[in-house]
Design a protein around this ligand. Structure first.
Ligand code: P6P
Length: 359
């Protein structure tokens, strides 16, 4: 076989894993890429595969030992959100280019000893959003956002200050929805791409390239149990949707898990909203690791994301766990919202012109 190239007929020659996709994006958009980002992303994908394996067995944890007990294998059973959190901390902790992480499960930002200033990225995440739904087998998810370490700031100076950046400074964002299949969706500012976990090979494989949010959908998504608490303008807007004011009949879809409700909105269009309520006058969702990553993805896919009065990504955060209300969805539904809720039209600017990740 001197020099003979064997033309193997691969089972599926179009398999593109998320790591391959990131490298392709690097070559296309940042020829001088160092591969640093794909190394960081591999830490997130590994942690989410570890979490996925546990989520899939959640119902057995009771059989194998509830949280805080020792199971038949002698393992200390952990609550799944603690497990998901520890998996991300471990997998990102061994990525020397990560300087700081902040998690919904931890009050304070976490820095890593011995980084000697080499850490260039900050990762903020909700390790298992919607975990209260696990017991009834409803989809849950991991949401993450990647920021750059501010120049001239050392992680030990003031890690919280380094984390408190507006969503416009996100380098990348994504989520994994543990649903009927496990799908990772991410953006680095060059469109939105989805990857389905293939259990047969243990890899996230490209399944939804360059996702675009439809200009109008047929679903609205809000917890109408709080109807009486919604601001009047929100109620008028929802009545407009319900009464055919948008030229079509809308159905209500509300799963109660942000990643699942947003994933549907991203693929089918429509609008998801979590308005201010008496219990959460600032809104319930967390700005840094729920609303901002969702907003970045929505805008990159041609949609819009507001806090009710302005682009979510323009909010200057004051606290790592700051909450916000969220209205995210398609152009038609958000334009109608803007009229009902008197939102400045400039707030409907999308983030498509955003500077993106320099790999
Ligand atoms: P409610 C899950 O607890 C969560 O943080 C989001 O995933 C979800 O969108 C929201 O809360 C649901 O809140 O008040 O409707 O149960």
């Amino acid at each position: 076989m001197n020099g003979t190239v064997l033309n193997r007929q691969m089972e599926n020659p179009t398999i593109v894993t998320i790591q391959q996709h990131i490298l392709q994006q690097q070559r296309k958009h940042s020829p001088h890429a160092t591969g640093s980002f794909s190394w960081l992303l591999s830490g997130i994908t590994l942690a989410t595969k570890m979490t996925e394996a546990r989520v899939r067995r959640a119902g057995l944890l009771d059989v194998l030992g509830a949280a805080g007990e020792v199971n038949v294998q002698g393992e200390n059973q952990q609550k799944l959100d603690v497990y998901a959190d520890e998996a991300l901390i471990h997998c990102l902790g061994v990525r020397e280019n990560v300087a700081i992480i902040a998690s919904e499960e931890n009050e304070h930002a976490i820095t890593f000893d011995g980084r000697d200033g080499h850490g260039e990225y900050i990762v903020v995440f909700d390790p298992l959003d919607g975990s209260s739904n696990i017991d009834v087998n409803v989809s849950v998810g991991t949401i993450f956002s990647i920021l750059r370490m501010p120049k001239g700031l050392s992680p030990d100076d003031d890690p919280t200050a380094a984390v408190l950046q507006p969503g416009t400074r996100q380098l990348a964002a994504g989520y994994v929805v543990y649903g009927s299949s496990t799908i990772m969706v991410y953006t680095t500012g060059h469109g939105v791409h989805g990857f389905t976990l293939d259990p047969a090979i243990g890899a996230f494989v490209l399944s939804h390239e360059n996702i675009r949010m439809p200009e109008q959908g047929s679903y609205y998504s809000s917890n109408d149990a709080y109807w009486e608490e919604f601001p009047r303008s929100y109620r008028d807007y929802l009545t407009h949707l319900r009464s055919g004011g948008m030229g079509r009949r809308y159905a209500l879809r509300y799963i109660g898990s942000l990643v699942a409700d947003f994933h549907r909105t991203l693929l089918r269009g429509g609008v998801f909203l979590y308005p201010p309520t008496h219990k959460n006058p600032e809104g319930k969702l967390r700005l840094l690791y729920e609303a901002n990553p969702v907003a970045f993805i929505a805008e990159q896919a041609g949609g819009y994301a507001l806090d009710g009065t302005r682009r979510v990504v323009e909010i200057e955060p004051k606290d790592i766990h700051q909450r916000t209300s969220l209205v995210v969805g398609s152009e038609s539904e958000i334009s109608a919202f803007q009229k009902f809720c008197h939102v400045d039209p400039d707030s409907l600017a999308t983030g498509n012109g955003r500077s993106s990740l320099e790999f």
